[in-house]
Ligand binder design. Sequence first.
Ligand SMILES: N[C@@H](CCOP(=O)(O)O)C(=O)O
Length: 465
Amino acid sequence: MNYIGTRGFKEQRSFAGALLDGLAPDGGLYVPQAWPTPDFDLSAASNGGYADLTVQLLNLFGVGVLGDQAVKAAAQRTEDAFLRDGAVPLTRLENDLYLLELYHGPTHAFKDMAMQMMAPLTDAALAQRGEKLTLVTATSGDTGAAAVRAFAGSEHVKLIVFHPLGRVSPVQRLQMTTVQADNVLNVGVNGDFDDCQKIVKALLSEPALKAQGLISSVNSINWGRLLGQVPYYLSAAAHSGLDKPEFVVPTGNFGDAFAGWVARQIGGNVGHLHAAVNRNDALNQAINNGRYVRRQAVETASVSMDVQAPSNFERLVFEASGRDAGATRDLFNAFGQSGEVALSGHLQEALKSEVSASTVSEDQTKATIKLAYEKYGQVICPHTAVALSAALTRRETGEAKGGQIVLSTAHAAKFPAFVTEALGFEPKAPDAITNLYGLTETLSEMPADVTAAVTTVKAFIEWID
Ligand SMILES: N[C@@H](CCOP(=O)(O)O)C(=O)O
């Protein structure tokens, strides 16, 4: 199994190559050269332990180039980090409606699931080549925290995390900035998440940094990160007992929803996919109105979804266009330059047949947090509430045809202010969150500017070396 780029990069990369590149050299995203057809029963595999399923899935996607031991260790590390009884906790809310609790990992967000796997896989890829790696990452809160936790102290990796200054929750910021590790640098950027992601993409092809060694990212632009999110769809679908459940996904950079698409594409028991977004709804506008426009992100309670240029939309466009790399390149080059593109009617229809999308307001988000507690006894975070609100609407309107699984992506205690407003009491926080308050923070600041980012990263790499 080798990897090609969505913009026509044809020099195939092995899994290790795609992992260590992050982004294809022409700015495209890596995808498998062809979608694999499992020669084993995915549902049966999913009924075993999570680690076993993950091993089979990783091998299907060519991760075996890193060696059997590395694959097994990575899968086991994810399972050990937070799964209960070998499966992701699935809570039944009512008839055929489930919450998939993906937030029981070290930083209490779903990003841990893939990040715990990424760290050992990255180590194995670097050991094979005898190299070191700089990882640059953009975050609207959860990715950065999970990455810092997974890579802090790594001997072979330097990690630089860019977050929009003042636009992540205080707990998310503390999870990043209170980890004291020489190989980690946290940078607050005067801008929004999309500025941070733009900076990261530019850094990956920056000659001054490439001259200093390998540079990659742990955002979902990296195929390895996204692949780590596929097993939980397969596992949840199998454990729910539902036939082709609909998955409703709180959506920011569209990596999670695209992981669901992959699970379905390879024959998993996955039905319809619905992307629920907050007021930053470029994805919904693109799919439903045919115009993909990058606006300045507005601040919402579901901060991790404050994304107006979702990177993985490019993978969906590539697939929906029949893997037309030329069309995908033209569209995203134009979007990169002008921040606005019109989709052809044909492409829009094709996108709609893959994924649907809807926008959820702040009032609906708050009301759904309240409803989840009063009706189901669940204290949920604002991101989960966005998805649950969309799922319930789809039930009411009859758009949802069968069972639904709503992805619950973060612990409510990561967003205490908004949840308290909704419920009238503060969500109970796990010790890992309570213990953050009062710790010393280390954080650099920077304008939303690529040149400033190059200087910052270069200085950090040289300082460590
Ligand atoms: N919601 C994310 C934004 C980055 O998404 P990723 O899946 O590409 O890492 C966050 O919390 O940082």
